[in-house]
Each structure stands twice: as structure tokens, then as C-alpha cells.
Design a protein around this ligand. Structure first.
Ligand SMILES: O=P(O)(O)OC[C@H]1O[C@H](OP(=O)(O)OP(=O)(O)O)[C@H](O)[C@@H]1O
Ligand SMILES: Nc1ncnc2[nH]cnc12
Length: 178
């Protein structure tokens, strides 16, 4: 039978499958895509901790439902998504490389120049579903800084492994690695 980890977050319980990501490391797979209940519940707790923010910024893909729900709950009319590839409809994108804990190959994070212009001089909250090695949020912050935005908060539903020791992030629950 598949090994699972019992997660309780924002009053919601899930059994996360434990999956190997390398020879000596397993993670409890936390996929919020399609999970409206957990996204809405987590967003309402995180929203309380996000004050005086001009723009919410996330990275494709699993951060998107969370940032969408947060923007609704915070009455913010828009949010910004850094994509994992350059799209033909982007103007002068800012591009960085990123290696997250689940990355099997090199990934990019790309911020459309139109979005970069919006966040210049603005107070930014970086949002993700999980912070693990911290690389995704670090690269996202670099993009925001290149665009002239000021990162004032970094928030996630879960802090995985060593990320739970960080004091520069807001999160709701810890997630162990195995
Ligand atoms: O702190 P890190 O080690 O960088 O890990 C956290 C990142 O990893 C996951 O994304 P993933 O790379 O799996 O991409 P996805 O959202 O496109 O599935 C997650 O959504 C975070 O963005
Ligand atoms: N536990 C996890 N599940 C899914 N994606 C992740 N990215 C980083 N940690 C993760």
C-alpha cells in the first residue's frame, strides 16, 4: 500500500502520498491544483497576514489557484504570474533559471515586461503553495527586484523540510521530508 503523510492545514485534512524524488529523498506530494476547499481555507488564513500589499506575485503553476483566491479575499483586482517559459505575447520578458526540489530538468521563470512595469516601485508579496529549498521564491524575488518591485512578504501554505526554520517567511504548517 502507498505510504502517506496526514496533513492538517487551515482546518482541512489530506493524506499526501509519499513519493521518492531522488535515491535518498522522499516528499509528501502536496498538489493544490483542483483542490478548491484547501485553497479557499488556506487563503483566508494567509490573507490575515498580508497587509499593505500592492501586488501579489506567484510562479506558475501550483501557486496560481492560491494567488487567485487571495486576490479575491483581499479585494485586489489583479495579480501577477511568472511563467515557466517565454510566450510570444510577452514584451521584453525578464528571465531567470530556477531549480526547485521537484525539478527534474532546468526550468525558467519569466516575467512579462508589461507585468514588470506594473510592479515597479510597488510593495510585493511573493506567494507560493510550498517553500522547500527556497530556490523558487528566491528566483521570483530576483525577478521582482529586477523589475523594481519591493518584496515585503513571502508567504506559502507549507514550509517543507529546513524551510520551516526560516524567519523571513509566513506559512501555515510545516511539511516534513522523508
Ligand atoms: O522551494 P523550492 O525547492 O523551490 O520548491 C517549491 C516550489 O516547487 C513547487 O513547484 P514545482 O517546481 O514543482 O512546479 P509546478 O508548480 O509547476 O508543479 C512548488 O509549487 C514551489 O513553487
Ligand atoms: N511536497 C511537495 N509537493 C509538491 N510539490 C512540491 N514542491 C516542493 N515541495 C513539494
Amino acid at each position: 500500500m502507498m505510504e502517506t503523510y496526514s496533513l492538517a492545514v487551515a482546518g482541512v485534512k489530506r493524506k499526501l502520498p509519499i513519493i521518492p524524488i531522488s535515491n535518498d529523498l522522499k516528499i509528501a506530494s502536496f498538489v493544490i491544483l483542483g483542490d478548491t476547499e484547501i485553497v479557499v481555507a488556506a487563503a483566508s488564513l494567509l490573507a490575515e497576514q498580508l497587509k499593505d500589499i500592492d501586488y501579489l506575485v506567484t510562479a506558475e503553476a501550483k501557486g496560481i489557484p492560491l494567488v487567485h483566491e487571495l486576490s479575491k479575499q483581499l479585494n485586489m483586482p489583479e495579480y501577477i504570474v511568472a511563467r515557466k517559459s517565454v510566450k510570444p505575447y510577452m514584451d521584453e520578458p525578464l528571465i531567470n533559471q530556477v531549480v526547485s526540489i521537484t525539478t527534474q530538468k532546468e526550468q525558467l521563470l519569466c516575467l512579462d515586461g508589461k507585468d514588470a512595469a506594473k510592479i515597479k516601485g510597488k510593495r510585493i508579496a511573493l506567494i507560493d503553495d510550498v517553500i522547500s529549498t527556497g530556490e523558487s521564491i528566491r528566483i521570483l524575488e530576483e525577478l521582482v527586484t529586477k523589475a523594481g518591485g519591493i518584496t515585503v512578504s513571502k508567504a506559502a501554505i507549507l514550509a517543507e523540510g529546513d524551510a520551516a526554520e526560516r524567519d523571513d517567511i509566513v506559512y501555515l504548517e510545516k511539511l516534513p521530508v522523508f
